[in-house]
Design a protein around this ligand. Structure first.
Ligand SMILES: Nc1nc2c(c(=O)[nH]1)N[C@H]1C(S)=C(S)[C@@H](COP(=O)(O)O)O[C@H]1N2
Ligand SMILES: [Mo]
Length: 262
């Protein structure tokens, strides 16, 4: 099994295409804004700017900072293109039976670990993602997932920072360098650099193709991280922790590249 070297030329083309699409979206936003100008003019004024316009500015700022801070977004697909089946690959740490009614996610934070239930997770805004899932062994499939954006989860519980504040990708000094995830039995474990963990497409997924995750795909909760190969998409999360030292990583210990970035 060989590691694939990234094709830089291809990446560059993809990047140009993404920029083009991004600016296209902004341009469309501009036309829409112009067309609704009179509506905006009569809208309530918030801090000196009409509310709808202000929201548009904030949206654009948000998109810009996402593009700047995260380098790239994985391409996404219409949900109809997702394959109805998905092969199951890798059963390390998920072979034992699991009692979904008592499962809790453990989050190591200071001296008082948090315990998070599926109900807690379902109370977060649901983020959907349809992208091409790539296994380092050479297969890929378009897959559709839904769950909680990792950055929303981290922001809510003030995770991943030394100060205990909400993590901010711009405040490098306050961020732990890594997050680690492992299965409840410790049989599979991964380390993820903090910026990739906080990437807007990284999700704690509880649904696949619109239904609750099956055990073979990581019920009740798995990591979906489209900027990395399948190996980092840990199924059946038991514990999440944060550190400055590189966490141990199952496939890295077996000779694979640590980052497994796409
Ligand atoms: N717990 C656990 N998660 C895991 C693995 C594993 O062996 N154990 N294998 C990884 C690999 S190599 C791949 S390609 C994907 C496959 O996900 P799937 O079985 O849902 O298709 O899971 C990843 N997550
Ligand atoms: Mo894989």
């Amino acid at each position: 099994m060989s590691e694939e070297k990234p094709d830089l030329k291809l990446d560059h083309r993809k990047w140009r295409r993404r920029q083009f699409i991004a600016y296209g979206v902004f341009a469309l936003g501009g036309v829409a804004t112009w067309r609704t100008w009179s509506w905006i003019k009569h809208a309530p004024d918030v801090n000196g700017t009409q509310a709808p316009l202000r929201r548009a500015f904030e949206f654009n700022e948000g998109v810009n900072s996402v593009i700047k801070s995260h380098g790239h977004l994985a391409p996404t697909y219409p949900i109809e293109q997702a394959s109805r089946t998905l092969r199951s690959n890798g059963q390390a740490g998920v072979k034992q039976p699991i009692d979904l009614s008592t499962w809790k996610l453990k989050v190591v934070k200071g001296d008082t670990p948090l315990e998070v239930t599926m109900d807690d997770l379902r109370a977060f805004p649901k983020t959907e993602l349809c992208f091409e899932f790539k296994c380092i062994e050479g297969w890929s499939e378009i897959t559709h997932w839904a769950g909680v954006r990792f950055s929303d989860f981290a922001a809510h519980f003030n995770l991943g920072t030394k100060s205990g504040a909400v993590p901010d990708p711009e405040k490098e000094d306050d961020l732990f360098a890594y997050t680690s995830l492992e299965t409840p039995d410790g049989g599979y474990y991964v380390g993820i650099d903090m910026h990739s963990a906080l990437h807007p497409q990284t999700i704690l997924a509880y649904e696949h193709n619109g239904a609750a995750l099956t055990v073979e795909h990581g019920a009740p909760l798995r990591l979906i991280i489209p900027t990395k190969y399948g190996v980092k998409n840990l199924k059946r999360i038991g514990t999440i922790a944060f550190s400055d030292t590189k966490p141990r990583d199952y496939w890295h210990e077996r000779g694979y590249d640590y980052d497994c970035a796409l």
